[in-house]
Design a protein around this ligand. Structure first.
Ligand SMILES: Nc1ncnc2c1ncn2[C@@H]1O[C@H](COP(=O)(O)OP(=O)(O)OP(=O)(O)O)[C@@H](O)[C@H]1O
Ligand SMILES: [Mg+2]
Length: 454
C-alpha cells in the first residue's frame, strides 16, 4: 500500500480513469483534473504529495504545470507523462525539477515503483527533520518507578487511553513527571514508531508562535529566508506534546482550536491547506480552570484539550514512592557519573522521607545526583544531603523551639566544618561567629569529625 495524496492532470478522460482506478487500488488518495489551470487550483487548496501530469495539453502544458507546482510547494513531486519518442520533453522536465517521467502508454507497474520511491523519499526527509528538531530523545522513555496506589491509578489510565485518538491533558505540580507520562502514552500507542514532538509553549515568543507550530513560507515575514515546516507538520502520524499549554498566547488559541476541529492548517504566508494527523497531549502545572474562569484561556479550547484528564499527584502525597525513586536515581546517577554508590544510610533515608519536595520528583532526583557525587563511600549519608533540607521545618524532628534550634545549629556547624576540612578558624569565619563560640558549640552539641570525612 502506498498512501500518497495524488492528482492526475490529463485532458484525456480514459487516461484519467485508468490511472485513477489503479492509484486508488494501491492505496493512494486521488484527485483528477482535465486541465493544468484547474489542476493548479486544486493543488493550492488540497494536500498533495504527487502530481502526475500529461505533457501536451491545451492551455497550460506539463512543463508550465511543473513550474507552478514548484512555486506553490517545492516538496510536491511531479511525474510527467510524455508521448513515446519525445525524449527531449522528458529531459527538459527533469532539468526543471520533475521527479521523473513516464512514456505513454503508461506501464502501471513502473508507475507503482516510482510512487514507492517518492513515498520512501518523503519518509526519509521527514525523519531527517525530526532528528533535527528532536535532539533530546536519547533516553526516550525511561522507566516509571512507583509503588503508590495513586500512581497505579495514573498508570492504569495511561494504559487504557494510550491507543485512543482523544486529546489528553496532564496536570500536576512542577516536576511530578508530566513529560515522562506523556512519552509513556506515546510509547504505548500505535504511533510509537512515529515522532514524539515536544513544544514548550512557554519558551516560544508570542510573535513566532504561529510560524513555529504551523510553519512558514519563504518571505512570510522579514527574516523568513527559508520555508520551514512547523511542529504540527513534523509530528504528522505521531504525537505532539504541548508542554506548559497554559502559556499559549491568547491570540493563537483560536487558531489551535481551528486545527483541533478541522485537523488542517496553513503555513504562515500561504493559503495551501495542509493536513496533519497528530495526537495531542498537553500538560500544565497551572490551575488552568482558574485561567478559564478569568478569561485568560479560552474555554472551548480547554474542553477540546481536556477530553481525557490525567492528574499526577505531588510526591509529598505519595511518599511510598520515595524509597523506590531513590534507588532508581542512585543507580542512574552512579552509572552516569561512574561512581560506586549503591544505597543510602538509614538516617539519610529518614531525612528524605520527611522532606516535602516542592519541586517533586525532579527535586528528589537532583538531591540524589548531588549526593552520589559527594558520597565518600558506597552509601549516601546525611552529610551528602543538602543543608537546606534540614532547615525545612517539616524535616526537623519534633520538639520544642530550643531543641529545633539546637538541631539546626548542629547541622549548620557540621556543614561549615566539612566545607573547610575542619579548619575551625575558617568555619567560624564562614558562620560569622568567633572561634571561641564555635568551640563552645562543638563541645555543647558533641559534634565530632565524621569518620568518613578525610
Ligand atoms: N515515576 C517516575 N519514575 C522515574 N522517574 C521519574 C518519575 N517521575 C518523574 N521522573 C523523572 O523526574 C524528572 C522530572 O519529570 P518530568 O520532566 O516528566 O516532570 P514534569 O512534570 O514535566 O516537570 P515540569 O513541570 O518541571 O516540566 C525527569 O527526569 C523524569 O525522568
Ligand atoms: Mg515538563
Amino acid at each position: 500500500m502506498i498512501s500518497l495524496s495524488t492528482i492526475i492532470i490529463d485532458d484525456n478522460a480514459t487516461q484519467r480513469e485508468i490511472l485513477s482506478g489503479f492509484l486508488k487500488k494501491i492505496g493512494c488518495h486521488v484527485e483528477t483534473s482535465e486541465s493544468g489551470e484547474q489542476g493548479i487550483e486544486i493543488i493550492k487548496k488540497t494536500y498533495i504529495d504527487v502530481v502526475i501530469t500529461d505533457f501536451r495539453m491545451d492551455g497550460m502544458n506539463g512543463l508550465e504545470v511543473l513550474q507552478k507546482v514548484k512555486e506553490i510547494n517545492p516538496e510536491i513531486q511531479v511525474v510527467i507523462l510524455t508521448a513515446f519518442g519525445t525524449i527531449e520533453d522528458s529531459v527538459k522536465a527533469i532539468k526543471n525539477g520533475a521527479w521523473d517521467y513516464l512514456s505513454k502508454p503508461v506501464d502501471l507497474d513502473e508507475l507503482e515503483i516510482k510512487l514507492k520511491k517518492i513515498s520512501e523519499h518523503k519518509t526519509l526527509i521527514k525523519e531527517n527533520e525530526i532528528l533535527h528538531t528532536q535532539h533530546d530523545n536519547e533516553e526516550f522513555v525511561s522507566d516509571i518507578v512507583y509503588s503508590s496506589d495513586s500512581m497505579q491509578t495514573v498508570l492504569n489510565m495511561v494504559a487504557r487511553v494510550s491507543d485512543s485518538q482523544a486529546a489528553i491533558l496532564i496536570q500536576g505540580e512542577s516536576g511530578t513527571g508530566k513529560e515522562i507520562i506523556a512519552k509513556t502514552i506515546h510509547k504505548m500507542s500505535q504511533r510509537n514508531n512515529q515522532p514524539f514532538i515536544v513544544v514548550n509553549c512557554a519558551a516560544i515568543p508570542e510573535a513566532l508562535f504561529e510560524s513555529e507550530l504551523f510553519g512558514r513560507e519563504k518571505g512570510a515575514f522579514t527574516g523568513a529566508h527559508e520555508r520551514c515546516k512547523g511542529r504540527f507538520e513534523i509530528a504528522d502520524g505521531g504525537t505532539l506534546f504541548l508542554d506548559e499549554v497554559a502559556d499559549i498566547p491568547y491570540t493563537f488559541q483560536v487558531k489551535l482550536l481551528r486545527f483541533l476541529q478541522e485537523k488542517e492548517f496553513n503555513r504562515l504566508g500561504s493559503t495551501q491547506i495542509i493536513k496533519s494527523n497528530v495526537r495531542i497531549i498537553s500538560a500544565t502545572n497551572l490551575d488552568i480552570q482558574q485561567l478559564v474562569a478569568q478569561n485568560k484561556f479560552r474555554s472551548d479550547l480547554y474542553f477540546r484539550l481536556n477530553v481525557i484528564p490525567i492528574h499526577i499527584p505531588a510526591l509529598r502525597h505519595r511518599r511510598e514512592d520515595i524509597p523506590l525513586l531513590i534507588k532508581h536515581f542512585i543507580a542512574k546517577h552512579s552509572k552516569l557519573n561512574k561512581r560506586k554508590v549503591i544505597n543510602i544510610s538509614a538516617e539519610g533515608l529518614d531525612m528524605l522521607m520527611r522532606y516535602d519536595y516542592p519541586g517533586n520528583v525532579r527535586e528528589l532526583e537532583n538531591i540524589i545526583e548531588r549526593a552520589v557525587i559527594l558520597a565518600r563511600s558506597k552509601f549516601i549519608t546525611q552529610e551528602d544531603l543538602p543543608l537546606n533540607m534540614s532547615c525545612n521545618p517539616l524535616t526537623v524532628l519534633e520538639g520544642n523551639l530550643i531543641k529545633q534550634v539546637e538541631l539546626l545549629e548542629t547541622s549548620l556547624i557540621n556543614n561549615a566544618l566539612k566545607q573547610t576540612q575542619y579548619v575551625q578558624t575558617q568555619a567560624a569565619d564562614n558562620l560569622g561567629i568567633s572561634e571561641r563560640t564555635l568551640r563552645y558549640k562543638i563541645a555543647k552539641y558533641n559534634i565530632k569529625k565524621n569518620s568518613n570525612d578525610v
